[in-house]
Write a protein that binds this ligand. Structure first.
Ligand SMILES: N[C@@H](CCC(=O)N[C@@H](CS)C(=O)NCC(=O)O)C(=O)O
Length: 263
């Protein structure tokens, strides 16, 4: 079976999970331990980021490479259109979504959780002891601002990321006003990339992620809860209902990720 080395909270991993579900491929999720698990990933793939797909004895890193690999090896339900114009648009949008929504979404989410202690707490795994949840919730905003500066997320960087994301969401809302999918009448990699990567702007409403249920439907207030972009998120809900497999509720059914165990 295919294996996905991932983080449940990673937007690039979500893009690949959506692609795998779209193609109807079964896979096992392996949650990589930040730090030590990434050292192992580096040994196996020459880079330390998730997602990485393992197919037999082959490891494929990078969500775009994974999408292209899957389309070659599992051509049923193609991701990339054949028509040259559609193909061009699809590839352009996929690359843009990776570079804009994927990267800036992280900054926008950081800003939202810095300002909202309940949102911050709701991102912790369900098994987190109450005392730790209280501690995380109580971290002062000033401290988070300093932490953000440490990773290059200054207030100006965050402001500019949110402004860019607003333009992205406006563009997407306009494109989808009279078209069922971004490049036309059929879903392509562009739709799956945009939908999966926008996870951090607003978490999906349904039971798709192995994260606390309290984060479902929550998002960055000025983006995920802005009436101007509501048509985009409604479109995304529809896409998820069509293609994303919900988690199976039974404990131990395999929907929850396994901790990393790279052999
Ligand atoms: N271009 C990569 C980006 C992947 C990426 O940014 N992954 C993040 C998680 S969302 C990561 O692994 N970060 C850890 C690190 O950079 O050490 C892709 O498309 O897969």
């Amino acid at each position: 079976m295919l294996e996905l080395y991932q983080w449940e909270l990673s937007q690039y991993s979500e893009k690949v999970r959506l692609i795998l579900d779209f193609k109807g491929l079964d896979y096992r999720k392996i949650e990589v331990t930040p730090g030590i698990g990434q050292v192992e990933l580096f040994r196996l793939t020459g880079q330390k980021q998730v997602p990485v797909l393992k197919d037999g004895n082959k490891y494929i890193a990078d969500s775009t490479e994974i999408a292209k690999y899957l389309d070659l090896q599992y051509p049923e339900r193609p991701l990339i259109p054949k028509d040259p114009k559609q193909k061009g648009l699809c590839l352009l949008m996929e690359e843009w979504a990776d570079e804009s929504i994927g990267i800036k979404g992280r900054k926008a989410l950081f800003s939202a959780i810095s300002q909202d202690q309940n949102f911050r707490k709701s991102l912790l795994p369900t098994s987190t002891p109450d005392v730790l949840k209280t501690l995380v919730g109580g971290v002062p905003t000033d401290f988070l601002t300093v932490l953000g500066l440490g990773v290059g997320y200054s207030p100006d960087v965050i402001k500019s990321a949110i402004a860019d994301l607003k333009q992205d969401l406006e563009a997407l809302t306009l494109l989808l006003a009279d078209s069922p999918y971004l490049t036309g009448d059929e879903p392509t990699l562009a739709d799956l990339a945009v939908a999966g990567l926008s996870m951090l702007l607003k978490f999906p409403e349904g039971p798709y992620l192995d994260l606390p249920a309290s984060i479902r439907g929550r998002g960055v207030p000025s983006l995920g809860h802005n009436p101007d972009y509501e048509p985009f998120f409604t479109w995304r809900d529809r896409l998820y209902a069509q293609f994303r497999k919900p988690l199976i509720a039974t404990p131990g059914s395999g929907s929850a990720p396994t901790a990393i165990q790279i052999d």
